[in-house]
Design a protein around this ligand. Structure first.
Ligand code: G4P
Length: 530
């Protein structure tokens, strides 16, 4: 296969959903079709195995939420598919955002009974901002749920994206007989006792109005289906490939991951419509995936996947060029040449060492602490830096210190490593040596921090919540003592020694801004501002 063909056949996407919408089940079914696993239930057991390897994910079990994102790869119908799993909980939406930076499209999973849930909203917002194609899978069709028309309406109202149903449920809510494929004019009949290979029938007429369908479905249900489809054809959005690519229209699929219903048609349609790796804007130039110069973006770091070894795995998305095991690349941020040894890929239930990989693929490599989230690796004639990596402004703050001052060394090491993963941001208050000010996007991050510091570094923490919810960066040229109205604020330094002001709320911040009209207060630090 040529390099170009390898790039073309890649589909790299993230699945976003509210916890319990069925992401694990859907992922498992997709892997099953890809032949990557042979038994349903293996992904669940993958979850369990991961717990065994990585103790700290215990917290995920306890709270029933998905804390970290993982990566899986499999082949289907000539395509090489990379699935990026994302945490469902909103406190981890920063993690999701980063994962989306590595994806070329996203699948939004919705439970038809619950519709668009609050957490999906937040995740969707980050997805939309990224401007990638979004596909919607409305899951749990075997159960009673919202009326499909209402669901479309809800997606449009709540999320602000038009939806075009690619298939449509047939029959009565809660007892659907199957789905009608609007593009191929086929019906797939749902059999509750049968978990594989539902019956699929194609219209010989090429329309819903086929006497054969009437015979199978019965006159009433068939008529209701004809009416629904007519309404969709007349009043609904038409499928528009360009709008899908621009993330302005979401193709919507109905199905049931658990009963395997509508999953295969979804996968096949998705693979047809989802984009292969797209060009990326770097600070210097546009990077084309088909360029022979290797480049990759670090989007996730996980320390202590194996706590006994204190290893640190850096996950990168290959953006251009071919990756070969053991190659030496330039780490843009430090200027160091790094050898990427022991590169790993995650194939369903196991990790394997990769010999080569292509744009769109995700690989994990061991790193001694040089790389950070958002960093660029490159090689060849063109030196590039991917600069559009998002930093979320923290909204929760706490003063964190070790309970036992003798553990100071482990405390600093642990805090530094976990901050490099990007889970929390660390600030220092001048003259305060024994504690850090920690900022996070969600409260849950503090629990994870506490848990991991104890389990991975043996440090018990003292956690003192601070009454701030807003952070603003100010330039080095600004004399802090000249800023008016900072009495209730705290002035700290971030990990790059930039000045940050922490203040209780937006209202107060606006007041400070009004009193200091000449000073720019930034919501996020300037990127790659070394
Ligand atoms: P998540 O990763 O998004 O959190 O969801 P997960 O797949 O773990 O699914 C959450 C629950 O929803 C599971 O039930 C799962 O079996 C169920 N589920 C998934 N897809 C469907 C579907 O199409 N129809 C129906 N009716 N249920 C579905 P559970 O009771 O929490 O777990 P389990 O005992 O079934 O494993």
């Amino acid at each position: 296969m040529t390099f170009l063909e390898e790039v073309e056949r890649r589909r790299t996407f993230a699945i976003i959903s509210h916890p319990d919408a069925g992401k694990t089940t859907l992922t498992e079914k997709l892997l099953l079709y890809g032949g990557a696993i042979h038994l349903a239930g293996s992904v669940k057991s993958r979850k369990t195995q991961k717990h065994a390897v990585s103790d700290w994910m215990e917290i995920e079990k306890q709270r029933g939420i998905s804390v970290t994102s993982s990566v899986l790869q499999f082949d289907y119908d000539g395509c090489r598919i990379n699935i990026l799993d994302t945490p469902g909980h909103q406190d981890f939406s920063e993690d999701t955002y980063r994962t989306l930076m590595a994806a070329d499209s996203a699948v939004m999973l919705i439970d038809i009974a619950k519709g668009v849930e609050a957490q999906t909203k937040k995740l969707f917002a980050v997805c939309k901002e990224r401007g990638i194609p979004i596909f919607t899978f409305a899951n749990k069709l075997d159960h009673y749920g919202k009326n499909p028309f209402d669901l479309i309406e809800e997606i449009e109202q709540v999320l602000g994206i038009r939806a075009v149903p690619m298939n449509w449920p047939i029959g009565i809510n809660g007892e659907y007989k199957g789905i009608y494929d609007r593009m191929h004019h086929t019906i797939e009949l749902f059999d509750k006792d049968e978990t594989h290979g539902q019956e699929k029938l194609a219209s010989t007429k090429g329309s819903v109005d086929d006497p054969m369908f009437k015979e199978i479905l019965g006159a009433d249900i068939h008529q209701a289906l004809i009416d629904d489809i007519e309404l969709l054809d007349v009043a609904g959005d038409q499928f528009d490939f360009d709008k899908v690519q621009a993330g302005e229209l979401t193709p919507m699929y109905f199905g049931s991951a658990m009963t395997n219903f509508g999953v295969k048609p979804f996968l096949e349609s998705f693979l047809e419509l989802a984009p292969s790796p797209a060009p990326r804007q770097a600070l210097e130039e546009v990077v084309y995936p088909t360029s022979e110069d290797f480049s990759a973006l670090v989007f996730k770091i996980q320390a202590n996947m194996n706590p006994n070894h204190h290893d640190r795995i850096v996950f990168m998305r290959i953006c251009s060029g071919k990756f070969e095991k053991g190659m030496t690349v330039l780490h843009r941020q430090s200027g160091k040449q790094l050898r990427l040894s022991q590169p790993q890929q995650f194939l369903a239930t196991e990790r394997t060492i990769v010999e080569d990989a292509f744009p769109g693929d995700i690989i994990g490599v061991f790193d001694a602490g040089v790389m950070g989230v958002g960093d660029t690796l490159c090689m060849g004639k063109h030196k590039v830096t991917f600069g559009d990596f998002p930093v979320f402004p923290p909204e929760f703050f706490a003063r964190i210190s070790p309970k036992d001052t003798m553990k100071r060394k482990q405390f600093i090491k642990g805090m530094m490593q976990l901050a490099q993963e990007g889970a929390v941001q660390i600030f220092e208050q001048p003259h305060s040596l024994d504690s850090y000010i920690v900022g996070a996007v969600g409260m849950l991050q503090f629990e994870v921090l506490e848990y991991r510091l104890k389990n991975e570094y043996g440090v018990d923490l003292l956690n003192h919540t601070l009454p701030y919810s807003v952070a603003r960066w100010v330039g080095d040229e600004v004399d802090i003592s000249s800023i008016k109205g900072l009495d209730a604020a705290m002035v700290v330094k971030d990990s790059r020694n930039r000045t940050v002001i922490l203040i209780s709320n937006e209202w107060q911040m606006n007041w400070v801004q009004e009193r200091n009209p000449d000073i720019t207060f930034l919501r996020t630090p300037k990127l790659h501002d070394n």
